[in-house]
Design a protein around this ligand. Structure first.
Ligand code: URA
Length: 435
C-alpha cells in the first residue's frame, strides 16, 4: 500500500477501504507517514467527504490506536456525556453529579479548553487540590464506590485522534462532518461506557453554525454508536450566546455550584437537567426521557446532586469548602465593567467573541501546554432579551492585570448587540435526537 495512491484515490472521489484507512491511521500515529501527506489526505476528505462506511472505519481505527477501557466489572450501565464544545459550558459539572445522584454510574473523561472553548478539566482544577489525573484503576474504583468520577483523558487513549486533531487544527481541516464525528466517537468508544449522551451545540460559538448541520452531525454520531452496539441520544442545544452567565474557570465552577443549589441561570439549569435526565433514561434509572428530566430536577431540589458533587471533590482530593463558599476559589485582582452604549434590548451576545475575550483574560490558552489563570474570566450581567438602559453593566471582566482587563473588555464590548425592539429569549434545548 502506498500513501500517494490513497491520497489520489480520495482526491478523485473514491471510497477508501478499511485497510487503506488503517494504513493511514497506524502509519501516521507511528510517525512513518509524514505530516504533509496526512494533511493532503485530510484536505481531500474535507473536499470529498467520506461515506458512512469510511467514517465507521476511521472511527474504529482511531479507537484501536490506543487503550480501550473495559469497565464491565462495574455493575450497571455506565453512561458518559459529551459536548461538541462551547462557551460557558459547565454542563458536565452539573449533569454528571445529578445523574450519579439518580444511581447512574458516570465514568467521565474530559478535556482541556482549546481556542475559544473551555474544558471541564481546567474548570475542575480551579478547586484547590482537585486531582484530574486519576489512574485507570483509581478512576474505575471511584466509579464503583460513589458512581461518579471525572478525570482528564489518559495519554494512552486514542493517540491517533490526538495527533490527527492537532494537525487538523493547523491545516484548516477541522470543519468536516465525518472527521468531527469520528474524532469525538473514537474517544467515546475507547472510554468504555455503555451509553452516551451527546450535547451537540449550534450557533455562533459552536463548530456547527446551524441547527440543521448540528442535527446531521448528531445523527451521524448516533449511527456510529449504534454500529458499535452502544446506546446514544443527542441533544441539540443553542450556542449563539454563552451558556449561563459565567465564562472562565473558578467563576464557572461557582455557577455550577449555584445551579446544583437550585439558584442557577435558567438556560444552564434546563440543559443540565435535560442531559442528566437522558443519562438516567439510558442508564435504566427512568422509564422515559421525560421521567428522567423530572427526577433530575428532583435531585437539585432535594440536595442529593450537590452532596454527590461534594463527595466527588473529596474523593479527588479537592477542598470541599468551596461548595459552601465558592469565593474561596479566588477571583483575579483586576476587573472592569462593560457598559451599554445605548438603551434597548439585548439582541445578541456573540459567544465566539466572548469566548475569545475570555481566553485573552488568561482563562484559556493561546497554545497547547499554556497554563490557564483559574481566577480570570467574564461574568455576564445580561442575556439576550434583557432590557437595558444606557450605562448599565453588561459584563464584568476579570484578569490578573489592567492591560489584559482593558483589551479583553474592549473585545467583550463588541460581542453585544442592542436593538430597539423586544427580543424573545432563545430556547436552549432545540431538539432531542434518538435513532
Ligand atoms: N471535538 C473533537 O473532539 N473533535 C473534533 O473534531 C471536533 C470537536
Amino acid at each position: 500500500m502506498n500513501m500517494v495512491d490513497i491520497i489520489m484515490k480520495k482526491r478523485d472521489g473514491g471510497e477508501l477501504t478499511d485497510e487503506e484507512i488503517r494504513y493511514f491511521v497506524n502509519g501516521f500515529t507511528a510517525g512513518v507517514i509524514p505530516d504533509y501527506q496526512a494533511s493532503a489526505l485530510l484536505m481531500a476528505i474535507v473536499f470529498r467527504n467520506m461515506t458512512r462506511r469510511e467514517i465507521f472505519s476511521l472511527t474504529a481505527a482511531m479507537r484501536d490506536s490506543g487503550d480501550v477501557l473495559d469497565l464491565s466489572f462495574i455493575p450497571g450501565k455506565k453512561v458518559d456525556k459529551h459536548s461538541s464544545g462551547g462557551v460557558g459550558d459547565k454542563t458536565t459539572l452539573i449533569a454528571a453529579p445529578v445523574a450519579a445522584a439518580l444511581g447512574v454510574s458516570v465514568a467521565k473523561m474530559s478535556g482541556r479548553g482549546l481556542g475559544f472553548t473551555g474544558g471541564t478539566v481546567d474548570k475542575l482544577e480551579a478547586i484547590p487540590g482537585f486531582r484530574t489525573n486519576l489512574s485507570e484503576e483509581q478512576f474505575s474504583t471511584q466509579v464503583r464506590e460513589i458512581g461518579l468520577a471525572i478525570t482528564g483523558q489518559t495519554g494512552s487513549i486514542t493517540p491517533a485522534d490526538k495527533k490527527i486533531y492537532a494537525l487538523r487544527d493547523v491545516t484548516g481541516t477541522v470543519e468536516s462532518m465525518g472527521l468531527i464525528a469520528s474524532s469525538i466517537m473514537s474517544k467515546k468508544l475507547a472510554a468504555g461506557t455503555d451509553a452516551i449522551v451527546l450535547d451537540v451545540k449550534c450557533g455562533r460559538g459552536a463548530f456547527m453554525k446551524s441547527a440543521s448541520s448540528a442535527r446531521v452531525l448528531a445523527q451521524l454520531m448516533c449511527q456510529i454508536a449504534r454500529e458499535n452496539k452502544k446506546d446514544a441520544v443527542a441533544v441539540i442545544s443553542g450556542m449563539d450566546q454563552p451558556l449561563g452567565l459565567a465564562v472562565g474557570n473558578s467563576i464557572e465552577v461557582a455557577e455550577a455550584i449555584d445551579t446544583l443549589k437550585g439558584k442557577g441561570p435558567e438556560d444552564i439549569t434546563k440543559l443540565s437537567v435535560t442531559v442528566a435526565g437522558i443519562m438516567a433514561y439510558l442508564g435504566d434509572k427512568a422509564d422515559s426521557i421525560e421521567e428522567g428530566i423530572d427526577r433530575a430536577m428532583g435531585t437539585i431540589e432535594n440536595g442529593s446532586a450537590l452532596s454527590k458533587f461534594r463527595q466527588m471533590i473529596l474523593y479527588q482530593n479537592g477542598d470541599d469548602s468551596v461548595v459552601d463558599d465558592p469565593t474561596l476559589m479566588g477571583i483575579a485582582a483586576s476587573s472592569a465593567n462593560v457598559r451599554a452604549g445605548r438603551s434597548g434590548y439585548i439582541s445578541y451576545i456573540d459567544a465566539l467573541k466572548i469566548g475569545n475575550a475570555s481566553r485573552h483574560t488568561g482563562a484559556g490558552r493561546e497554545e497547547i501546554g499554556d497554563a490557564v489563570d483559574p481566577t480570570a474570566g467574564i461574568l455576564l450581567k445580561k442575556k439576550v432579551g434583557d432590557k437595558v438602559e444606557k450605562g448599565d453593566v453588561l459584563a464584568v471582566v476579570y484578569a490578573a492585570d489592567q492591560d489584559k482587563v482593558k483589551s479583553a473588555a474592549q473585545e467583550a464590548a463588541g460581542a453585544f448587540g442592542i436593538s430597539d425592539h423586544e427580543q424573545a429569549k432563545p430556547e436552549i434545548v432545540k431538539d432531542i435526537i434518538t435513532l
